[in-house]
Design a protein around this ligand. Structure first.
Ligand code: 13P
Length: 254
C-alpha cells in the first residue's frame, strides 16, 4: 500500500453514459447526502447525459460533488447540430469533461487528433479534461496494448495542456461493460507506462491522475485503488445506483 495515492488526491468519476431521467437525479442526491460533511475523501464527480447536466449541477451545488460532460465540440459556438461546446458545458455547471471515450472513438470515429483538439478546447475554458485511452482485445492478445496506449497518449494530448489540470483514464475496451476487469498486474504495468509517457510529454506529468475504468465495482475497487499509479476510477454501470457508487467512493476513502 506504500505507493498508493492519498485519498484526497483521488478522483472517483461516474460516467452515466446515455442513461438517466429524473429518477437518476435522486441517486445523485443520495450520493451527495451520504458524503455531506466528510473531509479528506476523494474528489467525486458525476458525468450525466447533457440533458441532465444543468439540473444536476444545480442540485449538487455546494455539495462538493462535481459534474462533467461526456464529450465536447472543438468549436466554441456555431452551426453544429447536435453538438455541445465546452463553453456550453461550463455554462451548465460542468467542471470536467470526459473526452476520447472508446464509445466515441469507435461509435463516432474520433481520432487521436480530434480528441487532442477537444482536450485543448475544454481546457481553454477551464474544464478539466479526462482523456480516455485503452486497447481492444485483439490489440492486447496481439501483445500491442502498451504500444497502442502510448500512441493514443502522444496523439490525444495537445501541448497546450502543459501545466494545466487534466486526468487520463485507462479503459481497456474489452473491460468496459463486460464484467471482465483487467488484472491488477496489467493495470499497474499499463499505469506505469502511462506515467512514463506523461513524464516525457509534459513538465507536470508526475502529478497527473491516472484513473482505471472498465467494470469497476465495489468488490474490486479497493485493490485497484491501492495499486501504484492508480489515481482513481472512472465508473460506468456501478455509478448509476447510489449504493454501488458510494461503496466505491468508500473504498477510495481508505
Ligand atoms: P463500466 O464501468 O460499465 O464497465 O463502464 C466503464 C466506462 O466506460 C466508464 O467510462
Amino acid at each position: 500500500m506504500a505507493h498508493s495515492t492519498p485519498a484526497s488526491a483521488r478522483l472517483i468519476a461516474g460516467n452515466w453514459k446515455m442513461n438517466g431521467g429524473a429518477g437518476q437525479l435522486r441517486e445523485a442526491a443520495k450520493v451527495a447526502a451520504a458524503l455531506a460533511g466528510k473531509i479528506g475523501g476523494p474528489r467525486v464527480a458525476i458525468c450525466p447525459p447533457a440533458t441532465l447536466l444543468h439540473r444536476l449541477s444545480e442540485q449538487l451545488r455546494g455539495s462538493g460533488v462535481l459534474t462533467g460532460g461526456q464529450d465536447c465540440h472543438v468549436e466554441a459556438a456555431g452551426a453544429f447540430t447536435g453538438d455541445i461546446s465546452a463553453d456550453l458545458l461550463v455554462e451548465a455547471g460542468a467542471r470536467l469533461a470526459i473526452l476520447g471515450h472508446s464509445e466515441r472513438r469507435q461509435g463516432h470515429g474520433e481520432s487521436d487528433a480530434l480528441v487532442a483538439r477537444k482536450a485543448q478546447a475544454a481546457s481553454d475554458v477551464g474544464l478539466e479534461p479526462i482523456v480516455c485511452v485503452g486497447e481492444t482485445l485483439i490489440e492486447r492478445e496481439g501483445g500491442r496494448a502498451l504500444e497502442v496506449v502510448r500512441r493514443q497518449l502522444r496523439g490525444s494530448l495537445p501541448p497546450g495542456l502543459a501545466g494545466r489540470a487534466f486526468a487520463i483514464a485507462y479503459e481497456p475496451v474489452w473491460a468496459i461493460g463486460t464484467g471482465a476487469r483487467a488484472s491488477e498486474d496489467d493495470i499497474v504495468e499499463m499505469h506505469r507506462a502511462i506515467r512514463a509517457e506523461l513524464m516525457n510529454l509534459t513538465s507536470h506529468g508526475g502529478r497527473v491522475s491516472i484513473l482505471y475504468g472498465g467494470s469497476v465495482t465495489a468488490d474490486g475497487a479497493a485493490a485497484i485503488l491501492a495499486a501504484p499509479e492508480v489515481g482513481g476510477v472512472l465508473v460506468g454501470g456501478a455509478s448509476l445506483r447510489a449504493e454501488s457508487f458510494l461503496a466505491i467512493i468508500e473504498a477510495a476513502e481508505r
